[in-house]
Design a protein around this ligand. Structure first.
Ligand SMILES: *Cc1c(COP(=O)(O)O)cnc(C)c1O
Length: 375
């Protein structure tokens, strides 16, 4: 029974976060995000402390979980794939020796928020905000504070456009972040308009996890914004078949129906999707919702995400298994990022030149050999 007194309401509010429905409009869910493991536990109706979780403060990467994403949790334990991806675990505090910015994105920042590592494309960080703070995020240190104490800035659209005008060899702007769909429709429209005003920017690619973390963000109105700036491609980030739900499928359907080709980048994560059956269900499920598996990324060696790394040898065995079982349409390219590379390096079984004591020597598309460290 609800107490109608003001005092009663205040007392109950301080104990449990406001109950916001997993289907609530996106701004409501953004405001109602769960910020600590204990808050999430109460939201799920689980009482008591959470001994396997780390304090978000000490992990160095804030916690944020939308009510929608919280509703995908099946088992309140560090074995649950959704829990592993959104709750700071004690394991995060291990592997402190890994670098905060392994690919020196700060060093490749050409104007605030614009990272150029490859010849024909740049990554433009539109915002530092995200719907859910993924524990395996490759920018988890940069978006807070990097090694030199500077923060990866959100791009200023006018400065980014001016830089692009002076660099006509850059044909593609990858709008990422953070998550660019955290911007309002109006601000997103302005940003895409500024990029479209540069004639040499032929293709815009959006990198967003919103279809997975907060599908209510994919409104008809944001689809209208995207289609105004075609050709717009979009890559999202499903990691587990449990993330393919009626809501996320509907979000992808709206995008595809707006003429936006949707691709998917999966990160290979220990304890989440590092078995053949899970990957098979994931990639088959994506094709069924018209999402093309684009990359399977080897998890970057980034501080705070070391416990997610799968040994390369095992990763290649999984890739070989996928090849034998799946239609080509459902098979993403398995890639690994290398500092100083001209692109990400595709790895097929057999691409390893030689195994070393603590890693492997791999061959890049240009024939160069790269030594990669392996857990
Ligand atoms: C991965 C990445 C890209 C895009 O690379 P593709 O191989 O074209 O998907 C662009 N810029 C940066 C900085 C990246 O890390």
């Amino acid at each position: 029974m609800t107490r109608r007194t003001a005092a009663g309401r205040i007392r109950s509010m301080s104990r449990t976060p406001r109950r916001v429905s997993p289907g609530a409009p996106w701004p409501v869910q953004m405001r109602a995000r769960l910020r600590t493991p204990e808050e999430l536990a109460r939201w799920l109706g689980k009482a008591g402390p959470v001994p396997w979780a780390a304090d978000p403060e000490s992990s160095g990467w804030p916690m944020a979980v939308t009510p929608y994403y919280a509703s995908l949790i099946r088992e309140w334990s560090p074995r649950d794939p959704i829990v592993r991806m959104c709750v700071p675990l004690r394991e995060e505090l291990r592997h402190r020796g890994l670098p905060p910015d392994p690919f020196d994105e700060e060093g490749h920042t050409v104007v605030p928020g614009v990272i150029r590592r490859y010849a024909d494309r740049v990554a433009l960080c539109a915002t530092r905000e995200c719907a859910v703070r993924c524990r395996h995020c490759t920018r988890r240190n940069e978006l807070v504070t990097n090694a030199n104490g500077a923060t990866l800035a959100a791009a200023d659209a006018a400065r980014a456009a001016e830089w692009l005008r002076r660099h006509p060899e850059v044909r593609e702007a990858l709008v990422t972040g953070g998550d660019p769909l955290c911007l309002s429709d109006r601000r997103l429209d302005e940003l895409l308009g500024a990029l479209r005003a540069v004639p040499t920017v032929r293709v815009i690619r959006i990198g967003t996890r919103m279809p997975v973390l907060l599908p209510a963000r994919i409104t008809r109105s944001v689809c209208r914004v995207l289609r105004r700036h075609h050709p717009v491609w979009l890559n999202t980030h499903f990691n587990h078949p449990a993330e393919i739900t009626p809501a996320s499928a509907e979000a992808c359907r709206r995008l595809v129906d707006a003429g936006v080709p949707v691709g998917n980048q999966t990160v290979l994560l220990r304890g989440v999707n590092d078995d053949a059956r899970t990957l098979e269900d994931l990639f088959r499920g994506l094709v069924e919702i018209r999402v093309r598996p684009y990359y399977l990324l080897h998890c970057d060696p980034v501080r705070g995400a070391g416990h997610f790394r799968v040994p390369l040898r095992r990763a290649l065995r999984l890739v070989a298994m996928m090849r034998r079982r799946l239609t080509g349409l459902a098979i993403p390219q398995f890639v690994i990022d290398v500092p100083g590379g001209e692109s990400k390096v595709p790895l097929a079984p057999g691409a390893v030149v030689r195994w070393t004591r603590d890693g492997a020597v791999i061959r890049g598309p240009d024939g160069r050999h790269w030594t990669v460290r392996d857990p």
